[in-house]
Ligand binder design. Structure first.
Ligand code: ADP
Length: 228
């Protein structure tokens, strides 16, 4: 049983690294943003509620995401473990996750914090595209698809997410970085935090993420992080 939490600001590259970790550990990726976008696309009551927050770059209420995410974590494909991408994003969510795992005799085994400067993030998100079928992630500058506008993996069209437009990106940074740093601190105190610097090519970051996961010891991380 391996539960790995991936942490990073919006656009830090969690969605790119999550599948690498998933293959390495042979456990599924559970991505909160994908769960919410699926609910929005289906037009459920929950989806309509979530959309009001997401389209403004705000976090959806803790109670909502905790319910959706913990339900997903209980499904059978996550019995051997999971890579958590985008959850928890607040201290309240981290505590709810700890409690749910503890009930099942499990815990968060590792947390990988992908640290990126804010100005790099804004630039990167202007170039981010996702495929319409499965949300596979591309970057027009650093990780473009082989054929422009088409997903390498499933052939579906690639598009910009509505919440990746610049004004929304800036709102997301302002809203989401302070609670993120609280979550980072939560896992630092639990002694399960590993930090990876994202100022390197994607393949190097993947190598560092895998090295961090396989390392028997947790690298000590200072208590305060620059927000950007
Ligand atoms: P990114 O990769 O840019 O971080 P995500 O796809 O993870 O974006 O999330 C998109 C949006 O969904 C967030 O901006 C937020 O509104 C909402 N969201 C996702 N996860 C959570 C969460 N754990 N708590 C609250 N809101 C969330």
């Amino acid at each position: 049983m391996t539960v790995v939490v991936l942490l990073g600001s919006p656009g830090a590259g969690k969605g790119t690294q999550a599948p690498v970790l998933s293959r390495h550990l042979d456990v599924p990726v559970l991505a909160s943003g994908d769960l919410l976008r699926t609910a929005v696309a289906k037009g459920t009551a929950l989806g309509r509620e979530a959309d009001r927050y997401m389209s403004r770059g705000q976090l959806v209420p803790d109670e909502t995401i905790v319910r959706v995410f913990l339900d997903r974590l209980e499904q059978s494909d996550a019995r051997a473990g999971a890579i958590l991408d985008g959850f928890p994003r607040t201290r309240v969510q981290a505590e709810a996750l700890d409690a749910a795992l503890a009930e099942a005799g499990r815990r968060v085994d590792r947390t990988i914090f992908i640290d990126v400067a804010t100005e790099d993030l804004v630039k990167r998100m202007a170039n981010r595209r996702i495929c319409t079928a499965n949300g596979h992630v591309y970057n027009l500058a650093s990780n473009p698809p082989l054929v422009a506008g088409v997903c390498d993996i499933d052939g579906s069209p690639i598009v910009q997410r509505p919440d990746d437009e610049e004004a929304t990106v800036r709102a997301r940074m302002t809203e989401q970085i302070p609670p993120l740093l609280e979550v980072v601190d939560h896992y630092r105190k639990a002694g399960v935090l590993q930090k990876v610097d994202r100022r390197e090519p994607i393949s190097d970051v993947s190598a560092r993420v895998l090295a961090a996961i396989d390392s028997p010891t947790v690298i000590d991380v200072p208590a305060t992080f620059p927000a950007g």
